[in-house]
Ligand binder design. Structure first.
Ligand SMILES: CC(C)(COP(=O)(O)OP(=O)(O)OC[C@H]1O[C@@H](n2cnc3c(N)ncnc32)[C@H](O)[C@@H]1OP(=O)(O)O)[C@@H](O)C(=O)NCCC(=O)NCCS
Length: 138
């Protein structure tokens, strides 16, 4: 089932975020990610996939800057089309906020890089830290 998260889902969302094997959260980013998540819970939406009584994945956009803030699927639930189902909802939030294009960054050589390329995202450059910047028209 896909639904919007409530604050009660936040601990499990954090658990899923920390369960991934790639694009892991660097300790230096934890505080910034927490602050952004605070804002999104108050003003926008985390879209979650619930199965077996728990959130197993989520997609979330930041409608302040046109980015996909996160797309994370628990490793036990990968490869079943859950990201493909969730990501359009986060993209729709950006479109509804007035953006014509979405952007995100991801580590090179990851499953996520292959996923985005296969789903119509185009590389728009690299950051100094090597992350790939992807963009997609909405
Ligand atoms: C990248 C990530 C979000 C992809 O999530 P996912 O739910 O596994 O993705 P999907 O299942 O929608 O698509 C992935 C694969 O499943 C396949 N698939 C899609 N629907 C399917 C279905 N119904 N049944 C089986 N396989 C399916 C896709 O063809 C794709 O195949 P590929 O691996 O050969 O490219 C997930 O692996 C993840 O959370 N990774 C770690 C964190 C991360 O890197 N997040 C992105 C940060 S920017």
């Amino acid at each position: 089932m896909i639904r919007k998260a409530t604050l009660a889902d936040r601990p499990r969302i954090t658990e899923v975020r920390h369960a991934v094997r790639e694009n892991r959260l660097s300790p230096a980013s934890v505080a910034k990610v927490d602050t952004t998540a605070d804002w999104i819970f108050a003003n926008a939406a985390f879209w979650v996939w619930e199965e077996a009584g728990a959130v197993q994945g989520f997609a979330v956009a930041d409608p302040r800057d046109g980015t996909i803030f996160g797309l994370f699927i628990h490793p036990d639930y990968e490869g079943r089309g859950i990201a493909r189902a969730l990501l359009p909802l986060a993209c729709e939030d950006l479109r509804a906020a007035g953006f014509a294009e979405a952007a995100l960054t991801t580590d090179p050589g990851t499953r996520a890089e292959r996923f985005y390329r296969a789903n119509g995202w185009r590389e728009a450059g690299r950051r100094d830290n090597g992350e790939i910047v992807f963009r997609k028209p909405l």
